[in-house]
Design a protein around this ligand. Sequence first.
Ligand SMILES: [Mg+2]
Length: 330
Amino acid sequence: MDRFKDIGEFGFIDRIAAHAQRNRVLCGIGDDCAVMAAGQERVRLVTVDAMVEGIHFVPQAPPEGVGYKLLAASLSDVAAMGGKPTDAVVAVSASGDCDAGYVERIYNGLFACADRFDVAVVGGDTTRTSGALVLSLTLTGEMARDQVCYRSGAQVGDAVYVSGTLGDAAGGLGVILGDVDLPGKVRTALLQRHYRPEPRLDLGQALAETGAVTAMIDVSDGLASDLSHICQQSGVSAVIRAAAIPMSRAFIKFCEVSGKEKLDLALTGGEDFELLFSVSQTQVNKVEALAYSICRIGEIVASDGSVMIEGEDGKRVPLEQLGYDHFGGG
Ligand SMILES: [Mg+2]
């Protein structure tokens, strides 16, 4: 018997991926969204996210934040293809003792996010479970077929960019779980990034329209892990510069007070839902001309799919697979 905790999330996905390809499926398992042809010039996008009480959110979490984040995480996957979100369906599994008012507040958060990003929640399912509360959301999106940004197109020599700042969501989790003595403003900023992540939909669509992006993914498991997905699927490696990793003042303060190593946490924390993408050298002006907060952090190089980090002394060290594997294996 192969147990999930032995083969890991990604080991399991490898086993089922071979069965998922069909004719009109342009991309099945293995990207931020599945991509299906919708006529000659358009595609339909589909993605699903699940959250389990006790695993993805703590019972004391503000329910509105849990609902908001459930949709925001899927919106970020649509953003990572360069697409526009359309409709969502939601499945909830709750025990008979679960407080219906709590679940209603989860939906209130979800609807707030849906209104903000013009998504219609068009249905779902409610079932009973013997244990923890489980939420699952499926989101569809659409876009032009020739603008889809897959993970697999990075080329040697491309520049690597990331949007926003990294580590803030992990800092927010640290605030929730730990006894960290921080100024109120810092706590609020980090909690906001944890429960109300900002899916970069406008940026994703603007990047896709430039035609300059060769590969894109959202930072959900942590930059180290997500960049290695781009590298492995593109057959290249990447070098990122430690000094170039963008961090907020709130995050740096959190690391000072909690004693966390800030570079480690920024690269592995996950759930920042920023966009990570590669751009051909001749096209960098096009993306740098966009009015968004993006930061050039490294380059794509020829090698075996690994990610290396370059310190200020110029030394390159391989980054192991440090991000979040849902079963701790792989
Ligand atoms: Mg993703």
